[in-house]
Write a protein that binds this ligand. Structure first.
Ligand SMILES: Cc1ncc(COP(=O)(O)O)c(C=O)c1O
Length: 399
């Protein structure tokens, strides 16, 4: 295992001077196919008797450098890149599950993931079991449970799932455990260290960091990744292109620096919001009031860049608040250097049933903030001026 520290590995892992030109930065191998040179070499490559690139859906040198870097940062045996976070999640579930198997998850998850589970996997005969805590999950596990899926912190309510507890439950029953580590990134939490089998990322978010590329990554045990490569990539085909791979390689080099700045800003914002009378609740694992603050302190290096707040007055207040923000951009996604704000109930989690949204705490007054790397004081000023706009409007709203 690479003994160097995270920041050093983020810069150097997966990157060697280009063997042909000496290029210091991994070039973009913008090619769909690779000449195999001779009839016999083609046969050997296709049979897997000789390593080498064949076709960019199956592998590409720029993408391979990204996979090696992420594998090192997650301390995984292997990693594989996909065209999006959802391509990664669908490849994992479609490659590893069969009809009659059950997926047990702790919600809320990203709305697209729950959509895949409830709309597509159920149609293919896979059973879905939803819980909101490890205790509920543990009670609901059955002989059919084949895969446990968690996010930590959860999207958008920022609850923390005890990874050691979930992985022990899974191991005791021979169930695969999968963690979507998009919110934490390997800089803050490494689920594989707690015994998880696979880690998934929407690389679109913090790993890329600049809001300019869509991608996904999976890391974990080599034998599972091999199955994913042969079925999830080869047959399902959601491969990441070399240009995007280059952007993620570049983004990852500054992951630690950006995460420190995201965490600085989020801590400051969470504290400022917690004192405001129109905010009934702030969800941030770094606040002592957070129900899993102690667990977050054990499991995470810092508390992350995402903050959610509950506004008194439901959707009407959330709408006014979001429309009054000047520095924050109203947009889905997260993990960009720019701060973003969204209303999950009407966007990312819109398609979930109302009952499920209510159970998972995705309420009408909930606003999710992705804290960028701007000066935290400018962010606090913007949020406070938007909250002040509410105070002016509130008497009219209650008439
Ligand atoms: C936690 C989480 N997982 C997965 C995804 C899906 O990733 P992508 O948009 O790259 O497909 C998202 C997107 O917002 C997410 O927030």
């Amino acid at each position: 295992m690479n003994q160097r520290r995270f920041r050093t590995r983020a810069v150097h892992s997966g990157q060697q001077p280009d063997p042909h030109t000496g290029a210091h930065v991994t070039p973009i191998y913008q090619t769909s196919t690779f000449a195999y040179g001779s009839f016999e070499r083609g046969r050997r490559l296709f049979a897997g008797d000789e390593p080498g690139y064949l076709y960019s859906r199956l592998g590409n040198p720029t993408t391979r450098a990204l996979e090696e870097k992420l594998a090192d940062l997650e301390e995984a045996e292997e990693a594989l890149a996909f065209a999006s976070g959802m391509a990664a999640i669908s490849a994992v579930t479609l490659s590893l599950l069969k009809p009659g198997d059950e997926v047990a998850f702790i919600g809320p998850l990203y709305g697209g993931t729950e959509g895949l589970f409830f709309d597509i996997l159920t149609r293919l005969g896979v059973l879905i079991s939803e819980s909101v805590s490890v205790a509920e999950l543990s009670e609901k596990l059955s002989m059919a449970t084949r895969l446990i899926f968690v996010e930590t912190p959860t999207n958008p309510t920022l609850r923390i799932v005890d990874l050691a507890e979930v992985s022990a439950l899974a191991k005791a029953r021979g169930i695969l455990s999968v963690a979507d580590n998009t919110f934490a990134t390997p800089y803050l939490t490494q689920p594989l260290k707690y015994g998880f089998d696979l880690v998934i990322h929407s690389a679109t978010k913090y790993l890329g960091g600049h809001g300019d590329a869509i991608g996904g990554l999976v890391a974990g045990r080599a034998e599972l990744l091999e199955q994913l490569r042969s079925e999830g990539l080869r047959h399902l085909g959601g491969s990441l292109g070399p240009a995007e791979s280059y952007l993620f390689l570049r983004g990852l080099k500054t992951l630690a620096l950006r995460m420190e700045a995201h965490c600085d800003g989020a801590e400051r914002v969470a504290q400022a919001l917690a004192q405001h009378p129109l905010v009934s609740q702030v969800y941030y694992p770094g606040l002592i009031s957070h129900p899993e603050h102690a667990l977050a302190t054990r499991q995470m290096r810092r508390y992350g860049g995402m903050v959610a707040l509950e506004l008194r007055g439901g959707e009407a207040q959330a709408k006014r608040f979001l429309d009054s923000l000047k520095l924050f951009t109203q947009a889905v996604s997260l993990g960009d250097v720019e701060s973003l704000a969204t209303h999950p109930a009407s966007t990312t989690h819109q398609l979930l049933s109302e009952a499920l949204r209510r159970k998972q705490g995705v309420t009408e007054g909930l606003v999710r903030l992705s804290i960028g790397i701007e000066d935290p004081e400018d962010l606090v000023e913007d949020l406070l001026q938007a909250l002040n706009a509410l105070e002016v409007l509130e008497p009219a709203a209650s008439r």
